[in-house]
Design a protein around this ligand. Structure first.
Ligand SMILES: NC(=O)c1ccc[n+]([C@@H]2O[C@H](COP(=O)([O-])OP(=O)(O)OC[C@H]3O[C@@H](n4cnc5c(N)ncnc54)[C@H](OP(=O)(O)O)[C@@H]3O)[C@@H](O)[C@H]2O)c1
Length: 318
């Protein structure tokens, strides 16, 4: 991938896509193409082929897809399955037809068995039952990872790279309570509690489960690293993770510090906790020389600043 190569970032307004555009620009890649969903709906095959025929990208980062928290996954499993499968199938086939040199696709940690040994290695895929709440989304992602492998075998070239990032956060994340993940939902709840002057805030579960979080700019860094090191990766998929694990309670304390919320956080243990631990083993990628660089504190600060700016922009727009 050269500085002048034509690079398509699909999903450029999203959490990861926006981090990719920012990072590629900062690294001097000057020929980046994007398309808003309204202009090119990636679930529609004819629209995707028209776009690829017109733009002829050489490299593709497929950061478009339907993502969401537990509630959205529970309520709309058919949509999660359809949208993700349609997007990846259309973009993979168009990439093959129009001679894309390399493509990076993203799986998700929910592809791994519910009872997988921690930290989860890539080779535990399909060794046990997966979590039911995100089953449709996970099956679509597993299909995507296997499709990358199948294309590489059939085309006799390792052009399709699948990465499995742990839970991401950063600017342009979804902070709506319906669709958000745990970290962005917590930033929103703590920010709201501070603004409303509430002395007490109740959060779901015991706060004991441990999770790891990956700053979107580190995920973008790993994506570019994978694109540049595709030959060394071969026809294998790779986990992408920070390797730093925090309990939900520790996360709430870190966010409270940054938001400067001084109230008391209480835990509603009648609400489900989910898995006690969810940690990815990123040794495959780190052996090749990649590692996450952003601390949770740094990433949270940047995310919170972006969230505040977006709140101000929304208020001004009203
Ligand atoms: N977020 C995580 O924690 C996480 C973790 C592991 C893997 N991943 C995977 O990483 C990828 C990026 O995730 P993300 O969190 O950055 O997602 P995101 O913030 O929700 O952004 C998704 C992007 O996809 C675009 N999109 C959705 N449907 C589309 C369609 N039919 N046609 C064209 N564009 C469409 C959206 O466009 P609009 O802006 O127009 O809505 C948006 O820009 C996804 O494949 C996701 O499954 C995410």
């Amino acid at each position: 991938m050269f500085k002048g190569s034509k690079i398509y970032v699909a999903g450029h307004r999203g959490l990861l896509g926006s981090a990719l555009v920012k990072r590629l620009g900062a690294d001097g890649y000057s020929n980046i193409v994007t398309a808003a969903r309204g202009e090119t709906d990636l679930t529609v095959q004819s629209a995707v082929w028209k776009f690829f025929n017109r733009e002829r990208p050489e490299y593709v980062f497929l950061a478009a897809g339907l993502t969401g928290g537990i509630m959205a996954n529970r309520q709309r499993p058919a949509e999660f399955m359809h949208v993700n499968i349609a997007i990846q199938d259309n973009v993979f086939e168009a990439s093959r037809a129009f001679g894309v040199k390399r493509l990076v696709f993203y799986g998700s940690s929910c592809i791994y068995p519910k009872k997988a040994a921690q930290p989860m290695k890539e080779d535990c895929l399909l060794t046990g039952a997966i979590e039911e709440t995100s089953e449709a989304y996970a099956v679509a992602k597993i299909a995507g990872i296997k499709a990358c492998r199948a294309c590489n075998i059939e085309d006799r070239a390792n052009r399709f790279i699948a990465l499995v990032p742990s839970s991401m956060y950063g600017p342009n994340d979804d902070f709506g309570l319906e669709n958000s993940h745990v970290l962005s939902a917590m930033i929103r709840k703590i920010t709201d509690a501070k603004r409303e002057g509430r002395q007490r805030l109740t959060l779901w579960g015991s706060g004991e489960p441990k999770r790891e979080f990956l700053f979107s700019e580190d995920a973008a860094d790993a994506s570019i690293f994978a694109m540049l090191n595709a030959d060394r990766i071969g026809n294998e998929f790779c986990n992408v993770a920070s390797g730093q694990e925090y309990s939900i309670k520790e996360l709430s304390s870190a966010i409270s510090r940054i938001v400067e919320y001084k109230g008391v956080i209480e835990w509603d243990i009648s609400k489900p906790d989910g898995a006690p631990r969810k940690l990815l083993d990123a040794a495959r990628l780190t052996r090749l020389g990649w590692r996450a660089r952003t601390t949770l504190e740094e990433g949270l600060k940047e995310t919170y600043q972006w969230y505040q700016r977006s709140l101000c922009a929304n208020t001004e727009a009203i």
